[in-house]
Design a protein around this ligand. Structure first.
Ligand SMILES: [Cu+2]
Length: 327
């Protein structure tokens, strides 16, 4: 039998162990991508979180993983590494929760690529339960992330991203509601050719927690921690273009809205257009539905954002923008 090449293994959706991960990634040949400008973003919030969690909600908000770039046969390949684990987190001062999350954070890493790139995700399952990464978007069946990756195994998801837009990813092991609402979700942003206009860019993922396994959510959050952005508002600059990559990953409730106070936003549905299709202050989203929203605030002050299902907002899916002047 002839030796199997690395390419054949990857194409077949190789399952391997973590020990060969570095060799598969060809890590010796990698270069680091450039980072976006930070001068659109005010200084960080003063107050540290009172909760002891392995991730910083305010940092994750504006954190993008551009992968490690390789050039193979003239094509840009972005290599990402994602590990699934059980991680205890504090939802508030009273509730500790055993989450299942990617890369020790909520949401999982915000992967970012350009239209036309190849994406290679080295997915390692360090959890006792089987998990996957199912990405929305166009890809071959074997890359669809519905076959369990068992404890200690690594699977390489690889596909080309030829349609710019927003693509949520999440675990697709049954019951999906459980695996998803435990925290196994994130977002891939595929930028259009030439990119979008400069903006202060934020990722917001709405999700709920079913704490007592009765198929109803007990508590909700933007980016994993209930009321994180209510208690420590997100600072943004006055008259600055803000771009939100917004996803709903709320299970059990059929749909929710997103409402922004004292303003109107442009909507780019699914991130699949360069021109807005709507200008409004409330938009309805089913599970896994996502949009790019753009707006700027002309007036200083603090402004809420939340689902207009107000009981959901009251149960933790509440945030605030604090509009500050440039000094
Ligand atoms: Cu799972």
């Amino acid at each position: 039998m002839p030796p199997v090449t690395r390419r054949q293994l990857l194409t077949a959706g190789l399952i391997t162990t973590g020990s060969t991960l570095a060799a598969l990634a060809g890590l010796g040949q990698l270069t680091q991508p450039s980072r976006p400008k930070r001068d659109l973003v005010p200084p960080p919030e003063d107050q540290p979180s009172a909760l002891d969690n392995p991730f910083n909600t305010h940092q994750i908000l504006r954190e993008f993983d551009f992968g490690t770039i390789r050039v193979e046969q003239g094509r840009t390949v972005r290599v990402f590494e994602i590990t699934a684990k059980s991680v205890p987190i504090q939802l508030n001062s009273a509730i500790s929760f055993m989450s299942w999350i990617y890369n020790d954070r909520l949401p999982g890493p915000t992967l970012r690529a350009n239209e036309g790139d190849r994406v290679r995700i080295l997915f390692h399952n360090a959890d006792a339960h089987g998990h996957t990464i199912h990405l929305h978007g166009v890809h071959p069946a074997e890359m669809d992330g519905v076959k369990p990756v068992r404890h200690g195994e690594t699977f390489v998801y690889e596909f080309d991203v030829n349609q710019y837009g927003l693509y949520p990813y999440h675990c697709h092991i049954s019951p999906v509601t459980r695996h998803l609402s435990k925290g196994l979700y994130g977002l891939l942003i595929v930028d259009p050719p030439g990119g979008r206009p400069a903006a202060d860019e934020l990722v917001l993922v709405m999700a709920g927690y079913d704490l007592d396994d009765d198929q109803h959510n007990n508590i909700y959050a933007f980016n994993g921690i209930p009321n994180a952005f209510r208690d420590r508002p997100i600072r943004i600059y006055q008259n600055q273009r803000i771009r939100i990559y917004l996803v709903s990953m709320i299970e059990f409730d059929s749909a929710v809205t997103f409402h922004l106070h004292a303003n109107l936003f442009d909507v780019f549905p699914t991130g699949r257009s360069l021109q807005p299709t709507l200008n409004t202050d409330v938009i309805t989203m089913g599970t896994a539905e996502r949009h790019i929203l753009e707006f700027s605030y002309p007036y200083l002050g603090k402004y809420m954002f939340h689902p207009h299902q107000d009981h959901i907002a009251d149960l933790g899916c509440m945030g605030m923008f604090e509009v500050v002047a440039r000094s």
